[in-house]
Design a protein around this ligand. Structure first.
Ligand code: ADP
Length: 402
């Protein structure tokens, strides 16, 4: 029996088995039509983990009857690239080489540059997979020579279908075992997989493997699946695109004073294992940026929540964060300070060499006194506080930021 992981065994090899991503793989799609003519430019596949990027590259290679070579940008570099290109060069009369580079965004500019001549000459057809926005992570020379396809996170319905296949496929799946999984729990797992088919399949496999071989019916309860899911800790990418999407959703819900939504996004992060101090730091920033002097206690609340996280950690500090989040959502908001300080920064850039007005200077020595430091300064307690005195440099005289 093939001992490779379930997700690998079930990797689709034909269009029929490939679930979802209709826009890209539908029969009338640009991709399918180019493939029908055996003509394909280099591609960048941008999509979340487990959405089918690697699978798609495999199917494309098989359609083109090309040699499939793969590199992981995490562990390999230019030396490995050179070997593949040299072989591709020799073989090009017989077979095209399709070079799949996983996580291509991990390559630096020099490494990505090294690909250019080979892509340009057509020595290899490049398929780069990335979970990150290519506009920021892929050099523009490479982008302009490639076509970018965006894969969506698979929908729960897509993933449900993939789970069903895993349960019934006798040859590569679990079809020969007697596995019991209620429809509602299957749908729940499909939701929890968060668009990632690999997560769903790995969780299923971990849960099945928790039974001993001689057990008859393997009943997969929701508790068991949850345990497997947490064991794999697979359903939240702490550094990837989704991480930034969720923190942004939290920030915007707070700004929009929607306490329920803010609390939900907080839960999404914490339950997936986000560091509480990271969240607390964001809240502190929010308190100054979006609440400001409309409620100056917001900053205190958030600093206190930060300290609470620091003192007691998760899960105990979750309520301190929840309290701060709801407080911020319900606060009156003001971005007056944020805007004012932005203006100040601009003016500072423009007026770097503006001298400090003489009357505001300190005059600790006689010489300084003689040349006018501190002259005509009006010591506030000695005169009416309302009396006019200019405190800004001459170029900004009378400027108002607030
Ligand atoms: P990615 O490269 O986007 O991280 P993969 O293509 O390696 O994801 O997918 C991991 C596994 O998940 C595959 O081996 C396959 O079993 C399953 N899978 C992913 N996407 C699909 C899909 N669209 N249809 C069917 N199975 C899929």
């Amino acid at each position: 029996m093939n001992q490779s992981p379930l997700a690998d065994r079930l990797r689709p090899t034909t269009w029929d088995e490939f679930v979802g991503q209709e826009k890209i793989v539908g029969e009338q799609s640009v991709l399918r039509r180019s493939l029908a003519q055996k003509k394909l430019p280099s591609l960048i596949l941008w999509g979340p983990p487990g959405s089918g990027k690697t699978t798609l590259a495999h199917i494309i290679a098989s359609e083109l009857e090309a040699e499939f070579q793969t590199l992981s940008a995490v562990t390999t570099g230019i030396a490995d690239l050179k070997k593949i290109v040299a072989a591709a060069w020799v073989n090009q009369e017989d077979k095209k080489t399709l070079l799949f580079i996983d996580e291509i965004h991990r390559w630096n500019k020099a490494q990505q540059d090294a690909l250019l001549p080979h892509v340009e000459k057509g020595t290899v057809i490049l398929i780069g997979a990335t979970t990150e926005n290519p506009s920021f992570e892929i050099i523009s020379a490479l982008l302009s020579r490639s076509r970018v396809f965006v894969l969506q996170a698979l929908t729960p319905v897509d993933i449900s279908q993939i789970i069903s296949r895993a349960l019934t496929d006798q040859e590569k799946g679990l079809g020969k075992l007697s596995v019991e999984l209620k429809e509602a729990d299957k749908e729940w797992l499909a939701q929890m997989a968060n668009g990632d088919a690999r997560t769903a399949l790995n969780t299923l496999e971990l849960a099945v493997n928790s039974f001993s071989p001689d057990e008859g019916t393997l009943t997969l309860t929701r508790e068991l699946l949850l345990e497997a899911l947490q064991q794999g800790n697979l359903y939240y990418d702490k550094t990837g695109e989704e991480h930034y999407n969720i923190i942004s959703a939290l920030h915007k819900s707070l700004r929009g004073s929607d306490a329920d939504a803010a609390l939900y996004w907080l839960g999404r992060m914490l339950e997936a294992g986000e560091k509480p101090l990271y969240v607390a730091r964001r809240l502190i920033r929010f308190a100054s940026e979006d609440v400001g002097l409309a409620n100056s206690q917001a900053l205190e609340q958030c600093v206190a929540a930060y300290q609470a996280c620091h003192f007691i950690g998760m899960p105990e500090c979750e309520l301190a964060l929840a309290q701060a989040v709801v407080y911020l959502a319900k606060c009156k908001k003001s971005n007056q300070l944020y805007k004012a300080y932005g203006e100040v920064k601009k003016d500072v850039q423009k007026t770097l060499n503006q001298p400090v007005p003489l009357h505001l200077r300190n005059a600790p020595t006689k010489l300084m006194n003689n040349i006018g430091y501190g002259k005509d300064y009006k010591y506030s307690p000695d005169f009416d506080y309302a009396e006019e005195q200019e405190y800004l440099p001459p170029e900004l005289k009378g400027k108002k930021y607030l």
